[in-house]
Write a protein that binds this ligand. Structure first.
Ligand code: UT7
Length: 333
């Protein structure tokens, strides 16, 4: 029997501290108008001191497991750029917080593409028979790596978490997640980076510079490449699935910039009304953004069972990835 993976439950979690554009204009040389018109963002959430990425991840994971009606899963895969510690991985801590001691748990690091990579990994585990249920989480606390003095990144990113439970199904049953298209181009590693904290800096290949411990991004070049790679990846996955752009009910992309979402929909020939966007309310939450936007749309009752979704992301690495799925008959909380 050929095994496939289907969506069984979904959940998300946002920390309580709401940070509006006005909060940022009080301490940075920026304006609400610049942030809104260049990014579409009006506010984001930052976690309170004392909270860690594993806390956000565990909360979103618990909600996804509740949505799936499960008290246990066979594996936990966590996509994050902001692990609790450089070592060990954060996923075992998340699993322990969920009472899941004993199951395999590991992190996937593909920055803003992380959730799509993690979902592909989970679907691979299910297809290979290594698990019957997998909890896939995207969780980020970018507030811990942003340079508070850097207006080009501080206004964009926010904290949050989203999660899905995927379960094994018979391929013949339909509704399977996939196929996937994944890619990377490491020659662009410097375009989105935290330079300090790894072997390169610790072995002194380059002299440390002030600010190396913070996240940095070459925004304009990343914007160009994001549209190009997401469009090519989305087309590749549609072709493998045998779907046309006109078959897509919802375009659920990484929420990097509202202008990127609009441009991508235009390039793919998908009407703007079919684009899911929550970036105005949560900012760019990196690996958390796709499950977060999906869960919020699900809770708002926007999906019908059978809707066809196209997921696509682009991020540091550089990395990109896309997949398709058919929305199942999920009850809302
Ligand atoms: O999530 C992972 C993938 N990430 C992305 O895909 C992000 C892609 N990039 C972007 O979303 C956009 O490039 C940004 C939002 C980061 C920047 O928008 P932009 O329209 O590309 O602006 P820019 O970098 O070309 O800068 C335009 C101007 C510059 O001033 P000059 O040189 O024209 O005088 C910047 O210094 O805007 C200035 N600027 C700002 N002004 C006010 C940059 N940040 C700000 C700011 N407030 N926060």
């Amino acid at each position: 029997m050929t095994r496939s993976a289907v969506l069984a439950g979904i959940g998300s979690f946002l920390p309580s501290r709401r940070v509006t554009n006005e909060h940022l204009t009080a301490r940075l040389d920026t304006s609400d108008e610049w942030i809104r018109t260049r990014t579409g963002i009006r506010q984001r959430y930052f976690a309170e001191p004392g909270t860690t990425t594993s806390d956000l991840a565990a909360e979103a994971g618990a909600r996804a497991m509740k949505s799936a009606g499960l008290a246990e899963v066979d594996a936990v895969v966590l996509a994050t750029t902001t692990p609790d510690r450089p070592c060990p991985a954060t996923a075992p801590t998340v699993a322990a917080k969920l009472g899941l001691v004993g199951c395999p748990a590991f992190d996937v690091q593909a920055v803003c593409t992380g959730f799509v990579y993690a979902l592909a990994t989970a679907c691979g585990l299910l297809a290979a028979g290594g698990a019957d249920t997998v909890l896939v989480i995207g969780a980020e606390m970018f507030s811990t790596i942003l340079n508070p003095a850097d207006r080009t990144t501080s206004v964009i990113f926010g904290d949050g978490a989203g999660a899905m439970v995927v379960r094994a199904a018979r391929a013949a049953d339909g509704g399977a997640i996939g196929p996937f298209d994944l890619g990377s181009d490491g020659t662009g590693a410097d375009l989105i980076t935290v330079r300090a904290g790894g072997a390169e800096q610790r072995r002194g290949r380059s002299a440390p510079t002030a600010g190396d411990e913070y996240f940095s991004m070459a925004g304009r070049e990343v914007f160009r490449q994001a549209v190009e790679h997401m469009a090519a990846s989305a087309r590749a996955v549609l072709s493998r699935a045998g779907w046309q752009a006109g078959d897509i009910d919802w375009l659920a992309c990484h929420q990097a910039n509202l202008r990127i979402l609009v441009r991508l929909a235009d390039v793919l020939g998908i009407p703007e009304a079919r684009v899911l966007a929550n970036i105005a309310a949560v900012g760019n939450t990196s690996a958390a953004s796709i499950p977060l936007v999906l869960d919020q749309a699900h809770q708002a009752g926007r999906f019908q069972a059978g809707d066809r979704l196209l997921l696509s992301a682009f991020g540091g690495g550089l990395t990109w990835g896309s997949t398709v799925l058919t929305w199942p008959d999920l009850t809302r909380p």
